[in-house]
Design a protein around this ligand. Structure first.
Ligand SMILES: Nc1ncnc2c1ncn2[C@@H]1O[C@H](COP(=O)(O)OP(=O)(O)OP(=O)(O)O)[C@@H](O)[C@H]1O
Ligand SMILES: [Mg+2]
Length: 222
């Protein structure tokens, strides 16, 4: 069994945090001590890094927020871009140090990337490089709406070409109910993914949480 999963997406805003939190809750329900990380969060306002806070709350982790999320930036852009806007650089060592600490403290780690797989995390490194460095298999979160066949299959292919393991794909219906065309399109994606599709989060209303079992943890070897 791996020590964790790196949750990436086909894009920003596709449901990575929703899926990461669902994974954390599912793992905890199986008795695992789960640690969480959002290595770099951008678009951070006075309320703090909201993805990292959601992950921390799902894990009921007592770890410091600046370890869960060692790098925060105000501009809602890729980490390197948001850092540059502040005249800073992303501190790779701070991310590595937090990972070492948290991954040694917890049985299993869920790490949420920023944006998609080829988004730069620090100078010269993408999210794919980070997942590789942490030796974590990927969970890829995909949209349900039109465009998703291409985005999802490109992400799977890019991951595999880089030697990463795709543990599974989860589709999240972040854009709400689908049109007839979207529905047919999604059926084609499900077929194309076959057994790599390990879960689907239907459109959630308000602050509803995904149903337990929406992601098939058994298929992930747990
Ligand atoms: N299945 C769903 N049903 C309803 N709303 C959803 C669903 N999945 C995600 N959302 C909503 O879509 C928005 C984006 O989701 P989320 O924050 O999880 O995406 P993300 O990929 O983590 O984004 P980011 O790139 O900013 O980290 C949020 O408002 C979230 O509540
Ligand atoms: Mg997120």
């Amino acid at each position: 069994m791996s020590r964790g999963w790196f949750v990436t997406g086909t894009d920003t805003g596709v449901g990575k945090t929703v899926v990461s939190c669902a994974l954390v809750r599912g793992l905890r329900a199986r008795g695992l001590d789960v640690g969480v990380m959002k290595p770099a969060e951008t678009g951070v306002e006075a309320a703090g890094p909201l993805d990292a806070i959601a992950l921390r709350d799902a894990a009921a982790a007592s770890d410091a927020l600046d370890q869960i999320c060692p790098q925060t930036f105000a501009l809602p852009a890729a980490p390197t871009v948001a850092a540059q806007a502040e005249g800073r650089e992303v501190d790779a060592e701070a991310i590595r140090a937090a990972w070492r600490e948290l991954s040694s403290r917890h049985e299993f780690m869920i790490v949420e990337g920023a944006g998609g797989l080829l988004v730069p995390i620090w100078k010269g490194a993408t999210m794919a490089d980070l997942a590789n460095e942490l030796s974590l298999p990927l969970i890829i979160v995909a949209r349900a709406a039109l465009g998703t066949i291409n985005h999802t299959l490109l992400s799977v292919e890019a991951a595999e070409q880089r030697g990463l393991t795709v543990a599974g794909v989860v589709i999240s219906h972040a854009t709400g109910p689908l049109s007839d065309a979207d529905t047919l399109n999604l059926m084609a994606l499900r077929d194309a993914l076959g057994t790599r599709l390990i879960g689907e989060i239907p459109p959630l209303v308000g602050h509803a949480l995904p149903a337990e079992g929406a992601i098939d943890l058994d298929r992930l070897g747990l």
